[in-house]
Design a binder for this molecule. Sequence first.
Ligand code: NDP
Length: 444
Amino acid sequence: MDYIEGLLARVKKRNPNEPEFHQAVTEVLESLHPVIAKHPEYIEAGILERIVEPERQIIFRVPWVDDNGVVQVNRGFRIEFNSAIGPYKGGLRFHPSVNASIIKFLGFEQVFKNALTGLPIGGGKGGSDFDPKGKSDGEVMRFCQSFMTELFRHIGADTDVPAGDIGVGAREIGYMFGQYKRLTNRFEGVLTGKGLAYGGSLVRTEATGYALVYFVEEMLKAKAEDLAGKTIVVSGSGNVALYAVEKATQLGAKVVAMSDSNGFVFDRAGIDLPLMKQLKEVERKRCKDYLHCHPQAEFSENGSDIWSVPCDIALPCATQNELDKDAAHKLVRNGCIAVAEGANMPCTPGAIKVFQDSGVLFGPAKAANAGGVACSALEMTQNSMRYAWTFEEVDARLKVIMKNIYQKVSEAAQAYSHPDNLVAGANIAGFIRVAEAMLAQGVV
Ligand code: NDP
């Protein structure tokens, strides 16, 4: 058994019943063979052993009272994974599926993603198994206040700066920020994704989706292609999905399908984005309701069938492991030329292998969806300066950051692996930045 296999075996033994965490660690460690062969100092300093172990894991009770006066109890998490290059940074997810494995996989990925942005942010992630769906505003507020009543003691503008993720948008960030300020008596940039009225950044709402499309543009440019006239399928209809659709449409592509956890809608005329935004952002309705305004569109309750819709480009933007090997084969058979991950780890290892073996361009989440956290770091910068940039200024910075990420990732792929292997490139480029900082800081 070689060094990396041995370490993987120890990670699995030490973190039993955490399949998502094992999957994320396996993907990164398996990319690192050529790196440790060139840098034995990383082994001597125990960098790999330390990088797979979170610096701190906080798990706490979140009690709250629902609208019927009944006491409810959820579980809260904050995993502070690595602070070698900056304060912990990463979103909070509120979804019934949340558990330690999911938060640890997300926190681990975040470490390398944040390193790729070139900005001074470490990696962390958190959340709760609370389901905001179907809850009243009052219930969501009471939950958020209770969640922050424990979390506030562990975070801070220079310590740990959470943001949104699945189930946590502007409303939830607002309630948590209000409670943090009340408890600490400090108005500071402790959360990102804030409303514009109280320290938020322009473009943060759009950032992950827009930047995903900027990354796709770079992938296509390298093959003398562009987005104009391309047909795209986007899974999900949340924050990332909606703004990926907006930017792709602005750049001349046509998005024909989107989904939620109840199924997918297919509109060959092109998705009516203003309607989808109204349904999802304002009315909190389902994709199925799209058909009330567009009866010519089709709806299927089998969400994973969205990958049977013929397209040139697929952008999975919903959740982890939503696109498997069979779905990947369908996309390849239908002539798909590029896939980029808007969600975190949406493609299974089997699906990624199918894309790589078939010559489909593949943009991994760590690189392709890093625009969200990059924009969050720009929000932190503006908060520190007590200043606000214009939409155009933030968007221009975001574009440059995504260009640089593509460049760094493809250079690392070229240096250590196959030039088209952006999975290896992202893992390696992110890892080296963090490893160098850890090496310089001694055994901590
Ligand atoms: P939202 O909550 O805004 O939207 C999530 C979307 O995905 C919804 O359409 C939701 O459908 C669907 N979805 C969620 N879970 C499932 C599931 N188990 N099965 C099927 N569909 C599901 O979240 P975001 O758009 O913010 O996040 C989407 C992905 O992007 C996540 O993987 C997140 O980690 C990642 N990401 C987000 C960033 C951000 O800035 N927001 C930054 C980087 C990555 P339904 O409403 O029916 O649940």
